[in-house]
Design a protein around this ligand. Structure first.
Ligand SMILES: O=C([O-])CC(=O)C(=O)O
Ligand SMILES: [Mg+2]
Length: 211
């Protein structure tokens, strides 16, 4: 299907919300360790407000640098639990989303957005509490000409994101987990959480000996 010059992929599967719920307990750092320290988006993409956290199913959008026509068209394709994953080519000259789009994502049931590019209206996005992750901020607004794609695989900070992939984002950054690796990641992360608890106990013990 093509909406004007924005191509839309056929419908795709999304993992169950119960599976996503289990990822909510875990940090991106621990999940990365659980997947051999791979699958992590480059560190240039970070939360635009401190404490933002989101776990969702990827709704990938490809834009032209500095343009958000495809992002606006993607509003019609959001399902509850989705997270917008927008490849805007890391372009720093224009913001492809701001508070207006962030609110609309929220209204349609998306849990946030990860942008390989720039955004604006940071203070309002923070006040609204919509989790947004991006390379940076610029007040310059986007053009709205397209072309673009919705629901096709996109690149995000060096990681391939397929529609329906599990995306976990927190203060440290973003990880992308293909659904067929979800159980493996969850099993491995439990062991990592236990090991981290042992390390903390070791430090507590050291502290008590020194005190
Ligand atoms: O103008 C735009 O399309 C982006 C923007 O600032 C908003 O979503 O609030
Ligand atoms: Mg705005």
């Amino acid at each position: 299907m093509t909406q004007d010059n924005v191509r839309v992929a056929p419908a795709w599967d999304r993992p169950d919300q119960q599976v996503l719920q289990r990822f909510r307990e875990h940090s991106v750092a621990n999940l990365g360790d659980a997947l051999d320290r791979l699958n992590i988006v480059d560190g240039g993409i970070s939360p635009v407000w401190r404490g933002a956290k989101a776990v969702g199913t990827a709704l990938p959008v490809l834009t032209v640098a500095g343009d958000n026509k495809a992002v606006i068209a993607a509003l019609d394709h959001i399902r509850p639990g989705d997270i917008l994953v927008i490849n805007a080519f890391g372009y720093d000259g224009r913001a492809v989303i701001g508070d207006n789009l962030a609110q609309r994502f929220d209204v349609f049931g998306a849990v946030g957005a990860v942008v390989d590019g720039y955004v604006r209206d940071r203070a309002i996005i923070e006040k609204l509490g919509v989790p947004v992750f991006a390379r940076g901020l610029t007040p310059a607004g986007p053009f709205k000409n397209g072309p673009g794609t919705i629901g096709e695989p996109v690149a995000l900070g060096g990681v391939v994101v397929n529609p329906g992939d599990i995306v976990v984002a927190d203060d440290d950054g973003v990880i992308v987990i293909p659904p067929h690796r979800a159980e493996e990641a969850l099993t491995a992360v439990e062991a990592i959480v236990a090991r981290e608890a042992d390390l903390d106990a070791e430090v507590a013990e050291l502290r008590s000996r020194i005190a």
